[in-house]
Design a protein around this ligand. Sequence first.
Ligand SMILES: Cc1cc2nc3c(=O)[nH]c(=O)nc-3n(C[C@H](O)[C@H](O)[C@H](O)COP(=O)(O)OP(=O)(O)OC[C@H]3O[C@@H](n4cnc5c(N)ncnc54)[C@H](O)[C@@H]3O)c2cc1C
Length: 301
Amino acid sequence: MDEIKSELQALNIGEVKPNEPLARHTTIKIGGPADLFIEPSSIENLQKVMMVIQKHRLKWRSIGRGSNLLVSDKGIEGAVIKLGRGMDHLKIDETEITVGGGHSLVSLSTLISRKGLSGLEFASGIPGSVGGAVYMNAGAHGSDISKVLTKAHILFNDGSMEWLTNEEMEFSYRTSILQKKRPGIVVEAVFQLTAGDRAEIVALMQKNKEYRKVTQPWNFPCAGSIFRNPLPNYAGKLIEEAGLKGYKIGGAEISQMHGNFIVNDGNATASDVLALIQHVKYTIFKLYQIKMETEVEIIGR
Ligand SMILES: Cc1cc2nc3c(=O)[nH]c(=O)nc-3n(C[C@H](O)[C@H](O)[C@H](O)COP(=O)(O)OP(=O)(O)OC[C@H]3O[C@@H](n4cnc5c(N)ncnc54)[C@H](O)[C@@H]3O)c2cc1C
């Protein structure tokens, strides 16, 4: 690993840190170290990183703002590539925007709304990156990424880059083609927005934010919705009806505010959260014969 680290540092591609704790890079503030943590400072540097990784046949995965991740206490083998600073460019061309995969979705939607552009109001409370949101087809309030994305610029495993159209992204409920069929890194996305009334857009975003404040534990470390909704049922409602709100294992607790959120009291480990997830799955199946699937991604050793 030392050799790869030195090679990357010599290329001056951005941040390179061995044994970086991922608890520092996840919103639930849990996760052991990544063997090698890399934060490339540009698309060109990300491509260089990928070439070094391929040369050494190193395992890798990309992360954004870590808001949909549960990372093992034992950490992650290989390289973790974080898209953040340096990968957060933004170009506004009337109603079309081109934005880096490392841009924060919350700050993007705020910025755009102030310019009177409509289409990303739903994203004002989703604490992920643009790349993570495209990968997940993140959504809320009846909309999602697939409704506004024109195309996404993807870096694939072999170092090649390609623009995929909205159709080629094969979006559906919280999924895209990147999740299984064609793994790759979203380096940029193009969104088509519409010109709207600035005051109306800002007011709608404010309303969405207020709604979250009273329904979600926004001020506790968490990873958003833990389970996908087993439609037509809602995960949070089932968990609440099963009497599981407030149920706690170690430092992990099912939020008193929202059944589909697990909060970290400051001392939770990934093992605590996993045990709680298993308990919910078992209880819901026993009571309703419904198999719960996680929305949060569980990764690492
Ligand atoms: C309080 C709270 C509220 C939330 N509310 C919502 C909500 O309303 N709706 C919703 O959909 N989600 C919600 N989420 C979940 C989360 O914010 C989204 O899933 C978000 O899209 C994840 O983005 P991220 O950058 O944090 O990705 P990460 O958590 O870092 O990664 C998640 C997955 O995306 C992949 N990924 C990350 N960046 C890239 C990239 N550039 N290219 C390719 N793949 C990438 C990772 O490899 C990983 O597989 C919430 C989370 C929290 C903590």
